[in-house]
Design a binder for this molecule. Structure first.
Ligand SMILES: *Cc1c(COP(=O)(O)O)cnc(C)c1O
Length: 405
């Protein structure tokens, strides 16, 4: 990494800044040998629940398992259908499969890339039917539709009021995929207040993968919920279905968060609000700089009802490969989240979907580009990213276009 290069993500600086505290957590764990469970996990769970404005947080092995355990604990059963979006990390759909259910996709809003409530309504009204016993089933494969997973992609919450209203009307459970949205907020007109990611659905899943807004030094995840039964069931499921050692009431999983990660996460949690604020400030700086540079880049859309935490800062460009190459030559790191919508992935070739089924997600996947975004970005680094991208787009070979305008 050249000295003047701007990484897409810097995970070295925050760990350097917190090194003493993090090392001291390791020493405590080594000296007590309390590696699994115990006070560090419990303390972190309390603090994370409080951070999310949820009654319970249960530490688990990773975000994928958090989704699967949330679905299972909320009562989703093998054979059922769960609705989500095609433009998410594959884990959302893996978790649905691991719970034994089938994923059904609805397209997204071109401005936010999050689930379009109108597309959800259309799916429920035209692709589903009541089977006479009050169960909602899909017309094509007659699966009972029992849950919906809105994904709070890039750190911005999905439009939860209309999604929750539709879920209530059709008897669906809402599980939030909050794996990119630690601390994000949504203004609910219905409730007349700001709600935090992880406090809205029946349950929510968080990932503590190192690159997330709150990242472990390894793997980790959490389920949050206000429902004491769901909390108790996730607790049992993550620990082989036992509440008392070797008394297995149900068959569960090995899905725990270990004490070391919980202790390290607790240290970082104290900085999360400030880090999120820094991400928001960087996003604003990017937005304003693109405008004042006369760039054709359209800044990410943040509705008035949203306080996004900018896990990613995503813009759209034509000829993305060339833009990425140009930025690479200027030592500016970029990413693509994600290049192929899930209904077009090889792994899901057996699902009854084809190219053209979700045009908004497909067009977005071809154009989206994630720019460097992490709390420790310096103003001069932000300037250089904007300069490089503006120069690239004005060089004539590339014309930026946005489907979001
Ligand atoms: C990271 C992520 C997950 C999975 O989390 P892991 O901890 O990597 O298992 C799920 N959904 C989304 C949207 C994610 O970004």
């Amino acid at each position: 990494m050249a000295n003047n290069s701007i990484p897409f993500l810097d995970l070295i600086t925050p760990h350097k800044q917190l090194e003493d505290e993090l090392v001291s957590v390791c020493q405590t764990v080594f000296r007590t040998s309390g590696f699994i469970g115990g006070p560090m996990v419990e303390q972190f769970e309390l603090e994370f629940a409080q951070f999310c404005g949820a009654k319970h947080a249960i530490g688990v092995s990773n975000g994928t398992d958090a989704l699967m355990l949330a679905l299972t604990a909320a009562g989703i059963k093998p054979g059922e259908a769960v609705i989500t979006v095609p433009n998410t990390f594959i884990a959302t759909v893996e978790a649905i499969s691991h719970a034994g259910a089938a994923a059904k996709f609805v397209d997204v809003d071109p401005r936010t890339y999050n689930m379009d409530p109108e597309k959800l309504r259309e799916f429920l009204e035209t692709k589903c039917v009541s089977d006479g016993t009050g169960r909602l089933v899909t017309r094509d494969d007659h699966r009972q539709v029992t849950a919906v997973i809105p994904v709070h992609l890039y750190g911005q919450m999905a439009d939860m009021d209309p999604i929750c209203a539709l879920a209530a009307k059709y008897g669906l459970i809402v599980i939030e995929d909050a794996c990119q949205a630690h601390g994000a907020e949504y203004y609910s007109n219905k409730q007349g207040k700001w709600l935090k990611a992880g406090s809205v659905g029946t349950a929510a899943a968080f990932s503590f993968y190192p690159g997330k807004n709150l990242g472990a030094c390894g793997e980790g995840g959490a389920v949050t919920t206000n429902d004491p039964n769901v909390a108790a069931t996730v607790k049992m499921l993550r620990d082989h279905g036992q509440a008392k050692k070797y008394y297995h009431d149900i068959e569960g999983y090995n899905g725990r968060l270990d004490a070391l990660q919980a202790g390290l996460l607790a240290v970082k949690l104290k900085h999360l609000e400030r880090w999120n604020e820094q991400r928001r400030t960087h996003a604003k700086t990017y937005n304003q700089s693109f405008v004042s540079a006369g760039s054709s880049i359209v800044p990410p859309y943040e509705p008035t009802w949203s306080k996004a935490v900018y896990h990613l800062y995503v813009v759209e460009v034509d000829d993305r490969e060339a833009v990425q190459r140009f930025l690479g030559e200027r030592n500016v790191g970029t990413g693509i989240h994600y290049p192929i919508p899930l209904h077009l992935q090889k792994a899901y070739a057996a699902l009854p979907y084809k190219k053209g089924d979700f045009p908004v997600a497909e067009v977005a996947a071809a154009k989206i580009l994630s720019l460097p975004m992490f709390p420790q970005l310096m103003p001069e680094q932000l300037d250089r990213v904007v300069e490089a991208l503006t120069e690239c787009l004005q060089s004539g070979a590339y014309a930026a276009a946005s489907t979001r305008g």
